[in-house]
Design a protein around this ligand. Structure first.
Ligand code: KIV
Length: 278
């Protein structure tokens, strides 16, 4: 046996997040790869391997084309890069809406093949029953109400929800059904002012907001958005860095150096060993 002590770090798990209702705000970001997950791990309670990966990493127009295999591959990378944060994998469009058994089979596969601590399902009107089925069988589930990106084809566009009384009631009842079904937390995305506060008061599970006001129990952003990787970001995003300019500047400097034969210099070059004189 090795005499070296191994550092054992306990990962944050669903009951820890659940216990933060009304307490210290829960810090969440999306992650899709190992090096970024390693950078985020010290600062975040929860890393979501969002199906936004389709848009922000793979250049898709929406999340509908994201597959289970893509989520598993990115989930494995995020698990390898992180030690402490809870890792939650988004279930992609078409992987859970077909019924409870289909959902269980796919969620169990994701949990086994990634080692993540939970999954996220967009909680449309029919999903509460599926969430209860999964939770009863040992799968921690985070719900997602309000603007549901996977419904973009029926909605016609990514539009904020809860601007009419009818819509407010619908989103509220979806959040209540999701919480009652046993979700350990509920993401609220893109809702009009006041609705997230009402939901946060009404349900006994932590709410995680994205474009949903400061009234939630925690916040999440899509990491490349908050790091300023794109030239456009939605209204609710605060940019904490301008990586787009920084990367553009670095790549232009590299291209100039290559063209002018300034790169590589001697210090960046391997030389053969000098012969040893007799
Ligand atoms: O896929 C994703 O990144 C998400 C967040 C926007 C919550 O679902």
């Amino acid at each position: 046996m090795s005499s070296q002590k191994q550092e054992i770090v306990r990962r944050i798990a669903a009951p820890d997040i659940r216990a933060r209702k009304g307490g210290e705000p829960i810090v969440c970001l999306t992650a899709y790869d190992a090096p970024t997950a390693a950078l985020l791990d010290d600062h975040c309670d929860l890393l979501l391997v969002g199906d936004s990966v389709g848009m922000v990493v793979h250049g898709m127009p929406n999340t509908v084309g994201v597959t289970l295999e893509m989520m598993i591959l990115h989930g494995q990378a995020v698990m390898r890069g992180s030690k402490r944060a809870m890792v939650v994998i988004d279930m992609p469009f078409g992987s859970y809406e077909g019924g409870k058994e289909q959902a269980y089979e796919n969620c169990a596969r994701v949990m086994k093949e990634t080692g993540a601590q939970g999954v996220k399902l967009e909680s449309g009107p029919t999903v509460a029953e599926t969430i209860a089925y999964l939770v009863q069988r040992g799968i921690p589930v985070m719900g997602h109400v309000g603007l549901r990106p996977q419904a973009v084809l029926t909605d016609g566009a990514f539009k904020a929800k809860g601007r009419t009384d009818e819509e407010r009631l619908r989103v509220m009842s979806e959040a209540e059904a999701t919480a009652d079904a046993g979700a350990f937390a509920v993401v609220i995305e893109g809702v009009a002012e006041g609705l997230a506060a009402d939901i946060t008061r009404a349900i006994d599970k932590p709410t995680i907001g994205i474009g949903a006001s400061a009234a939630c129990d925690g916040q999440i952003l899509v990491t490349p958005d908050m790091l300023g990787l794109f030239d456009w970001t939605p209204k609710f995003v605060r940019r904490y860095a301008d990586l787009r300019s920084e990367i553009g500047r670095a790549v232009a400097a590299y291209a100039d150096d290559v063209k002018a034969r300034r790169f590589p210099a001697e210090v960046e070059t391997y030389f053969s060993k000098k012969p040893v004189s007799p």
